[in-house]
Design a protein around this ligand. Structure first.
Ligand SMILES: [Zn+2]
Length: 130
């Protein structure tokens, strides 16, 4: 909280300094000094708010892209699958979110890999004493 107040105060002082410089230029140019100070002071907050919002959106987009890449990497699993033609084993990277085809390393036959799920009965031991 204290750090936020220090940052806001520092930012306001810097904005006021820039507005004063622009007001001095306006004074020598014969333009309304108070109006120039007010517009340049408030304008800096608007510009930096918009710039900050843009940076936040860009950072959020980068984080989303990284998460999608990580999910894609996690959905790939390497299996050893026997060829449907020659029954030789092949190392195949399976993507859980896509159809999976591979060419046999041995006989060059085109294969499809299907993911199946099987149920196993959960049993409890009758006795722990052997
Ligand atoms: Zn084969």
């Amino acid at each position: 909280m204290r750090e936020t107040i220090i940052r806001l105060s520092s930012s306001a002082l810097k904005s006021a300094a820039v507005a004063l410089v622009l007001s001095a230029v306006a004074y020598f140019a014969g333009v309304n000094v108070v109006m120039t100070f007010t517009i340049s002071f408030i304008g800096q907050f608007v510009i930096f708010y918009l710039y900050g919002s843009f940076l936040e959106l860009k950072a959020a987009q980068i984080v989303k892209e990284q998460q999608l890449k990580e999910l894609e990497i996690l959905s790939r699993i390497t299996f050893t699958i026997n060829c449907a033609s020659c029954k030789q084993s092949n190392e195949v990277v399976i993507n859980a979110n896509d159809e999976n085809h591979f060419e046999c390393e041995h006989c060059k036959a085109k294969n499809s890999a299907y993911i199946t799920a099987e149920a196993a009965l959960v049993t409890t031991p009758i006795s722990n004493k052997i």
